[in-house]
Structure formats: structure tokens, C-alpha cells
Design a protein around this ligand. Sequence first.
Ligand code: 13P
Ligand code: SF4
Length: 304
Amino acid sequence: MDMNDITKEIERLKKEKNAVILAHYYTNDEVQEIADYVGDSYALAKTAKNSDAEVIVFCGVSFMGESAKILNPDKTVLMPDMSADCPMAHMAETEVIEEMREKYDELAVVCYINSTAELKCHSDVCVTSSNAVKIVKALPNKNIFFIPDENLGRYVSEQAPEKNVILNNGFCHVHVSVTADNLIKIKEKYPDALVLAHPECKADVLKEADYIGSTSGIIDYATNSDNEEFIICTESGVSCELKKKNPGKKFYFATSKHFCPNMKLNTIEKVLHVLETGENEVNISEETRRKALAPLDRMLEIAK
Ligand code: 13P
Ligand code: SF4
């Protein structure tokens, strides 16, 4: 089957099964092209919650499919590739969370949505990179244990100096692959370019940035800016939407390693396969789902 036939068959099956396809900006261009909605983690969680489709095909990584299922217990959530996982989602320990709760009075455990359902069960509120600062500031608690990402946690603590943010040592291997040395060299090569960085990047990289924000934030910033050139410090998949919205502008990536192998496991062939077969359904026990729903709902409520 060529790409045209695959696309046509996906369209037909989507109608037949009342399915919607959601894709993150880090997936392959061809996946973004066939998706009904492409977005950052927050927009995708909201879209999943508000959709009236019976089947959600989630082109992303497992914490995204899990979150969609947690928010929509009555819908079928399918993942094109069940092995697409985010290593950072596992980089916190429930024992450490409980130790922190013992150690600090009135602690809020703030959990980046890039986390397993189990970690969410032990957390008070979820955040994404687009709403983390707003949500942490809105919490009544002074003591915040931010899991799993250390770099996003540090960025939030700088933006909310009134809070005591305790950091955890998780990281995204894709975003930490950008080094400040590398970025400074690229800035010298393109002196007129603005640097747009994701807060999962290291602190010394963020210091060099003109703008720090989520994938949607970066795309919106570049689109609304009068500048013509940008150095992008996030996964290369965002170039699909950046180029679509800004055909005349130039985008340079801070490193060629800006490639999330898990996001790239999603392909249109696999989307077609799960629509045809119903394979790769996300299932979560009702107890886990109920516990993990509370911090996700709280995020959606505060971020509104
Ligand atoms: P956002 O799209 O929410 O900025 O998330 C980045 C990310 O790493 C998703 O895996
Ligand atoms: Fe996880 Fe990083 Fe890939 Fe996002 S880019 S899914 S945080 S490994």
C-alpha cells in the first residue's frame, strides 16, 4: 500500500469506528499530517477529555495514552506502538515521595504529566510544561516536591521564588543532549537568530534562551515574532508545524541528537493496523485510574 492508500483507508476506518487521531508535535511529519489534532501534552490531554469519539488513537508515548484512558474510562484508547515509552516517566520513586511527605509539612507533590500512572497516584496535582508555573504558584502549599524532571522543576522554582521547590533527579535524554557550549557556537554562526528553548533543557542552556516554553509555546512564539531566524532547543518534530505556519522563516536545531526515538515509533502503517485490528488497547485497573484521575482533574481545573 502506498502512502495515499494508507491515508484513505485510515480516513475510512476513522468514520466507521468513530475514531479520532491525536498526535504530539514530536511524532513523524506523516503522522502529524493524518492526525485530527496535533498539540502539546496539555492540549492533547484536554482534547482527549473533550472528544466525543468512541476510539482515541494516541500517537505519542505511553504516559499520554494512559492519561487519555484515565480521563476517558469509557473510550477505547489505542496506541500505534505499545513500546513507545518515555524513560523520564519512570524517574521517580514512590518510596521517596512518601519520605518527603513525612519530612515536610503540608507538602504538595507536583507531578509532570510525563510520569507513569503509578506516580500520578501518589501525587497531588499534575502539570505540563505549559502550565507548571501557573499551577505551582496557585497552590496554597509552600513546600513543593516536583517530580520527575529536575530541569523543569528548577525552572519552575526560579519562576516561583516564593515556593520551596524540592527537586528530583529525573531528566529527558533528548533535551539534555543540548549543551550550552554547542548552543553558543550556533548562536555565533546565526547571530540574528532568537533562541527558543523547552524547559526540559539544562539550566545553562535556558540561560541563553530568548524564550522558554512548551512545544506549543515555542511554535506560537516563532509564529508571532517579527524575527526571521530561530535556534530551536526541543525535539526536531516541531519543525513540521513551525515550517507549516512560517514558510518564510529559518529554523536551526541546537543539536542533531534532538530526536526522541520513542515518539518516532509511531508510523501511519501502525495507525492503520490498530484501527483495523483494535490491538494495543490501553488498559488501567479501576483503582489506579481513580487515584491517578484526581491530580489530572486538578490540573485541568487550575489551568482553565
Ligand atoms: P510539551 O509538548 O507539553 O511541551 O511536552 C514535551 C515533551 O517532552 C512531551 O514528551
Ligand atoms: Fe520523554 Fe523526552 Fe521523549 Fe518527551 S522527548 S517523550 S520527555 S524522552
